[in-house]
Design a protein around this ligand. Structure first.
Ligand code: ACO
Length: 144
């Protein structure tokens, strides 16, 4: 099967959300809300770089976002954050996750980020190591 990477479109609403369900709960997101989110991402493309992997029918089968943080340190450097990586169950194990992470990492390089970081569950460390990432630091959170 042939796959490609592109930016998400409003028409991806249903497939985008069903793909994300392998990652976490999504809740109700109406088509209008999804369309507004796409517009927000597009109008803030210096910081939000969402991408989807689509199959040969242009159906979304994987999602992921590169969030670019504009900092003061490192001479007003930029850090890439990889977020919300999800590969639809029926497409897992076909190197799509690897393809997506490598695409987002390259995108961060093209945006002159000096590093890319992400948080993941311990069970996914091996996957990210295979994508070239290494364990660094400890994740902390404060939940509301
Ligand atoms: N642990 C160790 N190795 C793994 C894992 C894992 N959990 N998952 C895949 N691999 C290995 C594969 O065996 C493969 O190894 P190989 O090159 O030696 O054959 C390599 O990593 C690449 O695997 P892919 O086929 O690219 O993996 P896939 O497309 O299935 O995507 C992913 C992996 C993204 C973890 C997928 O299983 C998924 O969507 N899981 C549920 C959602 C999730 O946990 N997402 C990550 C959240 S973290 C974040 O968003 C920053």
């Amino acid at each position: 099967m042939a796959y490609s990477v592109r930016s998400p479109l409003a028409k991806d609403h249903v497939d985008y959300i069903s793909t994300l369900l392998v990652l976490t709960t999504v809740g109700e997101v109406l088509a209008d809300q999804f369309g507004q989110m796409i517009e927000f991402w597009n109008s803030n493309s210096h910081s939000y770089c969402p991408r989807v992997v689509v199959d040969e029918n242009d159906t979304v089968v994987a999602t992921g976002t590169l969030l670019i943080e504009h900092k003061v340190i490192h001479e007003c450097g930029k850090v890439g954050h990889i977020e919300d990586i999800a590969v639809a169950k029926s497409h897992q194990g076909r190197k799509l996750g690897d393809f997506l992470i490598k695409s987002l990492t390259l995108l961060a390089k093209e945006h002159n980020c000096y590093k890319v970081i992400l948080d993941c569950a311990p069970g996914n460390v091996g996957f990210y190591e295979k994508c070239g990432y290494s364990v660094a630091g400890t994740e902390m959170e404060y939940r509301f």
